[in-house]
Design a protein around this ligand. Sequence first.
Ligand SMILES: Cc1cc2nc3c(=O)[nH]c(=O)nc-3n(C[C@H](O)[C@H](O)[C@H](O)COP(=O)(O)OP(=O)(O)OC[C@H]3O[C@@H](n4cnc5c(N)ncnc54)[C@H](O)[C@@H]3O)c2cc1C
Length: 182
Amino acid sequence: LGMKSSIPNLTHHTLFFEHSLDEHIDCIYADKKWPEKPLFYACCPSKTDIDVAPEGQENLFLLMPLATGILDNEETREEYLMHMLERLEKQTGAKNLREQIVYKRSYCVSDFVQDYNAYGGNAYGLANTLKQTAVWKPKIRNKSVQNLFYTGQLTVPGPGVPPAIISGKIVAKEAIESDYKL
Ligand SMILES: Cc1cc2nc3c(=O)[nH]c(=O)nc-3n(C[C@H](O)[C@H](O)[C@H](O)COP(=O)(O)OP(=O)(O)OC[C@H]3O[C@@H](n4cnc5c(N)ncnc54)[C@H](O)[C@@H]3O)c2cc1C
């Protein structure tokens, strides 16, 4: 979101975890439905970086973890955006955030399917189930094509920025140590 005025009492990273974490987790993993009392993360990089929004304005990113494969039509996205803005107003004392929006873009489950062919529209790669853990994770080295390596969150060691970087480091080491010559 691009907001036309500054939001008070908000930092670069703010977690809105006022409600039950267990209930939200059940909506993601057990019930696979939109949460009634969602928890969300607000990232407001304009609080620390003057280059990401015009002076006096705000660059705001709201992230709400969701179940895979759920229906995410425009109406539902809008409903949850309004809910998150109300929570922001309540916690920060900001007023009329809805009217402050100068730019809006939502990105949800169906966008991950459309743009990345992501299984179930997931954003974080493989779930950490037993069969997708440790030695059962997809291998870094291709089984058939010699000297073809994979790197990133879908292979070893797993999802998240730090593991994705470590994955690149492992592949670099493997590639350097392999006997492949150009
Ligand atoms: C909303 C969201 C929030 C997140 N928050 C966090 C967080 O707080 N902390 C954390 O640690 N992780 C977080 N992650 C996860 C983290 O972003 C990923 O785990 C990490 O970026 C994965 O790195 P990667 O290199 O595997 O994939 P990517 O970063 O997706 O990089 C893949 C690259 O390959 C390119 N590409 C794809 N297909 C092709 C092709 N055919 N040819 C050429 N190039 C191609 C893409 O354009 C892209 O640049 C978050 C992810 C999302 C979606």
